[in-house]
Design a protein around this ligand. Structure first.
Ligand code: MN
Length: 260
């Protein structure tokens, strides 16, 4: 069967958190949206994997969300076990916002363990959350993943333009959502991110489109907005995003050129 190319990319969406989650998994396939289904605790992995089995457009990450890391740190063993079954690690990271600052020390221990496991395993793709923690995330990524074959996608980047440049130097990708593009600083921030490192995301159902939880197909609007910020056409932006996805997911060591 010929491989179908995705029309859109939602590289960070909590498909399992919608009331009609089965339908959401199916819709990604029907609408040809390459989706990274992120999960928040390791225990969510088996069911997500099963749901993605019928939707080739959906990749599933094994995750341990920083906001839940303190409560679920004992699931790290399970995380390690499921890590063997997937290339994708999502959602992980650090959250130093007021509501989670009290667990920040423990979050760092958990994230460090996760980075160590990814470094050892190699070839992983991580979707990373950083709230008021960009500096620490970059430091830890540099310490643990430099020179490895694992790659980081910074989801909903809220750092400065200079931090974005630093992240790019470390090889990071950026998944851009609608709310990032609606900020007055969007153009300045985007200018600090290499175009070949950009992807799109919804972070649904935690974000809204038209006053309802965003779904992967809403990423179409984000591509339109992104095209505006990049001063590029929608068609060019779609092909840019698609080639970025291919480059990110290509096993390290291979190039896009076909063999002579
Ligand atoms: Mn998320």
């Amino acid at each position: 069967m010929a491989k179908i190319e995705p029309l859109l990319i939602d590289y960070h969406c909590h498909l399992d958190l919608y009331p009609n989650y089965e339908e959401q998994f199916r819709a990604c396939n029907e609408n040809q949206i390459a989706t990274l289904a992120v999960t928040t605790i390791p225990r969510a992995w088996p069911r997500n994997k099963e749901l993605a089995g019928c939707s080739p457009m959906v990749r599933v990450g094994v995750g341990l969300h920083p906001q839940l890391a303190a409560e679920h740190a004992q699931e790290l063993g399970l995380f390690e076990k499921y890590l063997r079954e997937t290339r994708y690690v999502a959602e992980v990271g650090l959250d130093a916002g007021p509501a989670y600052y009290s667990t920040y020390g423990l979050q760092k221990e958990v994230f460090e363990d996760i980075l160590r496991l990814c470094s050892k395993a190699g070839g992983k793709i991580l979707s990373v959350h950083a709230v008021r923690a960009t500096r620490d995330v970059l430091k830890m990524v540099e310490a643990h993943l430099t020179g490895t074959t694992s790659r980081v996608v910074l989801h909903w980047f809220t750092g400065s333009a200079s931090e974005a440049r630093e992240a790019a130097e470390l090889g990071c990708y950026f998944s851009i959502n609608q709310s990032m593009l609606e900020k007055p600083t969007a153009a300045r921030l985007l200018a600090a991110m290499p175009r070949e490192r950009l992807l799109t995301e919804t972070d649904g159902p935690f974000t809204k489109t038209a006053n309802r939880p965003a779904v992967p197909s809403d990423v179409e609007r984000t591509v339109d907005s992104l095209a505006g910020v990049l001063n590029s056409s929608v068609g060019e932006t779609r092909s840019l995003l698609y080639s970025n996805l291919i480059a990110l997911e290509m096993p390290v060591g291979q190039t896009g050129a076909s063999d002579a």
